[in-house]
Design a binder for this molecule. Sequence first.
Ligand code: ADP
Ligand code: MN
Ligand code: MN
Ligand code: MN
Ligand code: MN
Length: 359
Amino acid sequence: MATAPTFISQTGTLQKYFALEQKGNIIAEYIWIDSEGGTRSKSRTLPEKEEPYKPDELPIWNFDGSSTGQAPGDNSDVYLRPVAVYPDPLRLGKNILVLSECWDSDGTPNKYNHRHETAKLMEAHAAHEPWFGLEQEYTLLDFNDRPYGWPQNGFPAPQGPYYCGVGTGKVVQRDIVEAHYRACLYAGIKISGTNAEVSAQWEFQVGPCVGIEMGDQLWLARFLLHRIAEDFGVKVSVHPKPIPGDWNGAGLHSNFSTKEMRVEGGMKHIEEAIEKLGKRHLEHIAVYGADNEKRLTGRHETGSIDQFSYGVANRGASIRIPRECAAKGYGYFEDRRPASNACPYQITGIIMESIFGAV
Ligand code: ADP
Ligand code: MN
Ligand code: MN
Ligand code: MN
Ligand code: MN
């Protein structure tokens, strides 16, 4: 059994260093997505500017892709092309977070760069004004990979009091959730809310975001979650079924609407879209996250993995039309299939492709 960390980041002690002058420099934290669906990052110094840096004003950088499973050892350089810039809630001041796409040295997108194709789809179909809202569920683990706060041996009391729970014994590590919420707001992430799920599991929502912004913002929010949990000595798992048995899995419910769906008569467009999604169920499942078959069992508020279904207010279906939207006759729908570890670029990309066609 691994021993607990001997220290948790002394963020308080750090404050006096954070007050030091940066002497005309800023720190840019370049962030990218690795081969395992995690985020990686490294920092560099750039001259401070009056106006905030825009992505195309930032230098292209590179990293050793053989260390991240993104390139072979004999041709290991992978290039980082900045695509979005955010104020850094960890370093404050004029320091920035730089979300980057990965490109190979031959000028093609890296195998794990799912943003490039999705950005093209969003561009091609921009006239429909696609809005997305993603619900990221995640589980907090201790140093022994046990859900945080669970007894060393055995299990906590069965599901029931935890969802949106308040009080000791019902939720754990609320400080991480609070810190992450504030950090997202500071960075300009459209975080729309948060709630407790089953024991040691939480959720936050990002959206509505337009087009490619959805993937960018969710990845940045994931980076911040891992980085902040690091300060607390806690691990974040996005595995869709972290605990086998009678415990809810973790999903990434994906809410979607277009300009046409959001106005009177929109239900016709919603139904047409759902029909198109149903015809490509397996293609969607293929990019909706690894190990999703452990979660989409038809139990625990999920639909079955090998059967497409939809319904109003039905949490046991692949697609749910919220009751309020059905009553109004327009609004949005929720694709409940994506797993918590799925890539938001792949989810939003295939939704666009299935409804509006490939580019
Ligand atoms: P649930 O009831 O499934 O738990 P949540 O409140 O957790 O739903 O999340 C709903 C998500 O849907 C939010 O991210 C919200 O921003 C997003 N959303 C709301 N309206 C729309 C819309 N018209 N189009 C796309 N997403 C939307
Ligand atoms: Mn080195
Ligand atoms: Mn939710
Ligand atoms: Mn949820
Ligand atoms: Mn939901």
